[in-house]
Ligand binder design. Structure first.
Ligand code: TXE
Length: 482
């Protein structure tokens, strides 16, 4: 049994209340680690450590801060295989996916923001015939909170902490209690990477306990959060009267719009991936597949043929493309959505419930069969609520206007995928779709310089590139008489 610990002020500590939470391997249903069940007292201790580290860290040269991040990126790359194994065990995702996506991207996040802070410009405003000059001084905020989810554990954890640290803040980070292991591993390399004690603190525990205490702490000036929309709304309410800076990256109900003039094979292959990658547990996954009438039947039949061949396997098996979902509770929630869709008259095309265990080792694991429905109206629950699992719907459209109307017919607005070979149509559709990201003829292609985030109930603010560095700094206008 592995006991994880908090990192506070450079020391590894249990929760002050001495209590623990079990950590479960979703592929086997077995407990394999414990995490501290931290609370308010631990947040207070982490805050004291972070606050006292801030004066020095905020004045540390950009080159030194960048070097610490690059060192950490290097350590991640040296331990990539151990991290990938841990991520797969903790989350249920295929080991091949953790190796190809999660861990390389975590390394890239750290290295990217090391480079970004070295290039981060601030503005100057000089009027004609100048009497005054203005420039913008971007100062680190102070102590900030980074709260991350379970679907891409180290990937999203590093996506938040890297810009926060690069900009000169001290961080109190909380990984999801469901997938804490890779954040724990990272926390053990902080000193080796050169970060002074207290600059980076990691607290483990439940969202409504330690997460809530971070959000409520009056000294923590900004919160970067990725997770469910209702949790995001709760955080916004909790912090409103404290005027904290908030970056909220929330849920999605993303449309994939398949026009009849698309490259059929490319659209098909990528839509299967965009729907079911990571068992559908990526906020950017397509969950509503909108298909133009003239190719609807052909596309549906070809899609179902491919999906039927996607059988969930043991995540540790190198051949597995689809693993376990993250927890028993999450599996049950996905199944409830499926049952509701059946009762609303959805036509089940494949899947529709639990998948059988791939082997003896996994007989108590949490597996869901990839599931496809059609004949559900745009207002049905399954076309409105985020499932965050391997469940998609197919809808037919007859015109460009109808495609856009269907695409926009949810409270969410994170990512849309558009498939067409008509360039003008691609631009028109991207402009009219209500989403923070529109991918045309591709999916999940990420240039880390680009703004990342959603509109409507998918969030507030943007991550990535300068957006993240702006979020983690406070701009001050300095005006000088010449
Ligand atoms: O997320 P939570 P859950 C969606 C997805 C999923 C649903 C619920 O639809 O089914 O959200 O998932 C911490 N104060 N997404 O319950 O609770 C929590 O400990 C402070 C979308 O796992 O939002 C964890 O670290 N923190 C998504 C993080 O918030 C709190 C990714 C996310 O957990 C808190 C995950 C509180 N009061 C789920 N309550 C995406 N956008 O990628 C919880 N937390």
């Amino acid at each position: 049994m592995l006991d994880l610990l908090n990192l506070i002020g450079g020391e590894y500590r249990e929760a002050q209340n001495g209590t623990w939470l079990d950590n479960i391997d979703p592929a086997t249903g077995q407990i394999f680690a414990r995490i501290p069940r931290s609370g308010k007292d631990d947040v207070a201790a982490a805050y004291t450590a972070a606050e006292s580290a801030f004066p020095l860290w905020s004045r540390t040269s950009i080159e030194k801060r960048a070097a610490c991040l690059r060192n950490l990126a290097h350590i991640v790359s040296q331990n990539a295989e151990a991290l990938a194994q841990a991520e797969s065990q903790d989350n249920g995702k295929p080991l091949s996916l953790a190796r190809a996506v999660d861990i390389p991207r975590a390394e890239k996040n750290l290295a990217f923001f090391a480079g970004a802070i070295e290039q981060f410009p601030s503005e100057a405003h000089i009027p004609a015939g100048p009497t005054h000059i203005n420039y913008t001084h971007r100062k680190p905020i102070g102590v900030v909170g980074c709260i991350s989810p379970w679907n891409l554990p180290l990937y999203l954890f590093t996506w938040k902490i890297a810009p926060a640290l690069a900009a000169g803040n001290c961080v109190i980070a909380k990984p999801s209690e469901i997938t804490p292991v890779t954040a724990w591993m990272l926390s053990q390399w902080i000193e080796e990477a050169g970060f002074p004690p207290g600059v980076f603190n990691v607290l483990h525990g439940l969202g409504p306990e330690v997460g809530q205490a971070i959000v409520e702490h009056p000294g923590i000036k900004a919160i970067s959060f990725t997770g469910g929309t209702s949790t995001g709304a709760h955080i916004a309410r909790t912090t409103a009267s404290m005027f904290k800076k908030l970056s909220l990256e929330l849920g999605g109900k993303n449309p994939a719009i398949i026009f009849s003039d698309c490259d059929f094979d490319a659209a098909l292959a990528t839509t299967v991936r965009s729907s079911f990658a990571n068992q559908g547990q990526i906020c950017l996954c397509s969950s509503r597949i909108l298909i133009e009438d003239s190719i609807y039947d052909r596309f549906r039949d070809a899609l179902i043929e491919k999906v039927k061949r996607m059988i969930p396997g043991d995540p540790l098996d190198e051949q597995t493309k689809m693993g376990a979902v993250v927890s028993a509770a999450h599996r049950d929630k996905i199944i409830q959505h499926i049952e509701l869709a059946k009762s609303e008259g959805g036509q089940l095309l494949c899947g529709g419930g639990k998948a059988s265990a791939p082997n003896n080792r996994c007989e108590d694991g949490f597996f869901v069969a990839p599931t496809v429905f059609e004949n559900l109206g745009a207002n049905c629950q399954l076309n409105q609520q985020e499932v965050f699992g391997p469940v998609i719907t197919l809808q037919r459209f007859y015109s460009e206007d109808e495609a856009i109307q269907l695409a926009n017919a949810t409270e969410y607005g994170l990512a849309a995928t558009i498939w067409t070979t008509d360039l003008k149509k691609a631009h028109r559709t991207a402009a009219r779709v209500e989403s923070g990201i529109a991918w045309v003829n591709c999916w999940l292609v990420r240039d880390l310089r680009t703004p990342f985030g959603g509109v409507k109930a998918s969030g507030v603010g943007r991550e990535g590139g300068w957006e993240a560095l702006r979020f983690f700094t406070e701009p001050q206008n300095v005006c000088i008489e010449l």
